[in-house]
Design a protein around this ligand. Structure first.
Ligand code: 0RA
Length: 430
């Protein structure tokens, strides 16, 4: 049993009540790291540390204050994440119940909070899979250094296993008498702005620390597709390798990337990006790109707030129902399909389709902790409405693409019908 849990240990003598809560939080994370960050023995949790830090910079970018994120794998296997956002607030929180009263940055890096996030964005987009926040990364790092560049000044804090090192303490006068505060260290003047987090994952928790470039690059590439306008630079100083992920055109760039070695059967990728208001005050941003290839399988990726849903959910259902309705009607009303009576299914429509659907919405609900399926009911009509309108216009405005797509779909329906008949014949003979 640890000192902190020992009933005989007289806490109040050396620590305040909430200083104890901070230590208990740290201890909880270090005791069951897998619960907070994912598997600590197969690399999942290790790479997740990086994504947790990057998510906060992505949030700052989505709030409109950052457009550049730099991720570096250093030679010692530590990771540096730098953004050009506003910088985590450095001011001492006079409302802090702690003594000495701490900086907002220190609180953000040491307190576990429910949402895990310190950004108060409308979407709370980050949160990734676990959404545990940087305080967990801090607790699971043998050391972490935070540098904040704000208003011409460079500030820093150093931690070991989540515990602040070299604390500064000053006395300030207030109307209620003198109070002790704990500001950040100042290293000097700067003309840069933003937040920098460098950390070394704790080998006591993760065993050998060995980052895989490909694991980081594929998720960072995905994040750059999902968050248009954010430039993400990844550098691996161990191998002298680096890449920049920056795509114009949002998820249509993602579809292009997925289809890079496939044969596209039509030229113009379908793309829409709209925000709709459902219920009073709830904005949902719907972004969709689609392009058909000459293949037979469907390639469908769905995301909510940058988190993938491999089992789909209400957003995917909304997209499918709008697509089926619009395409069915287009074919029924078109010249080229007049003579033939074909019953289309959703599967016919999706054969050879590459599609990326990305939703950004406040407080999404998922069916499980793994967030593999979205269950928020308001997502369905939002996606349905956006896709219906945009796909109708796309088909009207791109008649050549529309015809090629519809012919592929009718081919799929005919093939399905022929296969069914062949099966029936075989059965009768048998
Ligand atoms: C809270 C408030 C503000 C910025 C941030 C958090 C912030 C956090 C992170 C984490 C990584 N990069 C970040 N950038 C910003 C706003 C501060 C203000 O009002 O100036």
């Amino acid at each position: 049993m640890s000192e902190m849990q020992d009933k005989n240990y007289s806490a109040e003598e050396s620590y305040g009540e909430d200083a104890i809560q901070v230590l208990e939080g740290l201890e909880a994370v270090r005791k069951r790291p897998g619960m907070y960050i994912g598997d600590t023995s197969d690399g999942t949790g290790l790479h997740h540390l990086v994504f947790e830090v990057v998510d906060n910079s992505i949030d700052e970018a989505l709030a409109g204050y950052a457009d550049h994120i730099n991720v570096t794998i250093n030679r010692d296997e530590s990771i540096t994440v730098v953004d050009n956002g506003r910088g985590i607030p450095t001011d001492v929180k006079m409302s802090d119940k702690h003594e000495p009263k701490r900086s907002a940055a220190e609180i953000a890096l040491t307190e576990l909070h429910a949402g895990g996030k310190f950004n108060q964005n409308s979407y709370k987009v980050s949160g990734g899979l676990h959404g545990v926040g940087v305080s967990c990364v801090n607790a699971l790092s043998s050391w972490l250094k935070l540098t904040v560049r704000r208003e011409g000044v460079e500030h820093y804090l150093n931690f070991k296993k989540g515990v602040l090192q070299d604390r500064l303490v000053e006395k300030v006068q207030t109307p209620n008498g003198p109070v002790e505060v704990s500001p950040m260290h100042v290293s000097g003047a700067t003309d840069r702005r933003g937040t920098e987090v460098q950390f070394l994952p704790d080998a006591e928790i993760f065993g050998t620390v060995d980052f895989h470039y490909e694991v980081l690059s594929s998720r960072l590439r995905e994040l750059s597709f999902l968050n248009n306008g954010v430039k993400i630079h990844l550098a691996d100083l161990r191998k002298g390798k680096d890449e920049v992920f920056q795509f114009a055109g949002g998820v249509s760039g993602f579809v292009d990337f997925i289809n890079r070695d496939k044969t596209k059967i039509h030229d113009n990728c379908f793309y829409t990006n709209k925000t709709v208001t459902v219920n009073p005050e709830e904005n949902i941003n719907v972004e969709v790109a689609m392009q058909w290839t000459d293949g037979y399988t469907e390639n469908f990726l769905a995301y909510t707030n940058n988190i993938p849903q491999k089992d789909g959910g209400t957003h995917v259902n909304g997209l499918r129902s709008a697509m089926t309705a619009v395409i069915k009607r287009y074919i029924e009303e078109s010249e080229f399909a007049k003579k033939e009576k074909i019953d289309l299914t959703g599967e016919d429509i999706r054969e050879g389709l590459t599609c990326v659907l990305s939703l950004k919405m406040p407080e999404p609900k998922f069916s499980s902790q793994t967030k593999d399926k979205l269950v928020s009911s308001e997502a369905r009509p939002a996606v349905e409405q956006v896709v219906r309108t945009a796909l109708e216009s796309y088909l009207q405005e791109n008649p050549k693409d529309a015809r090629i797509i519809c012919e592929k779909i009718m081919d799929a329906a005919r093939a399905r019908e022929a296969a069914r008949k062949a099966r029936e014949t075989t059965r009768r003979k048998g």
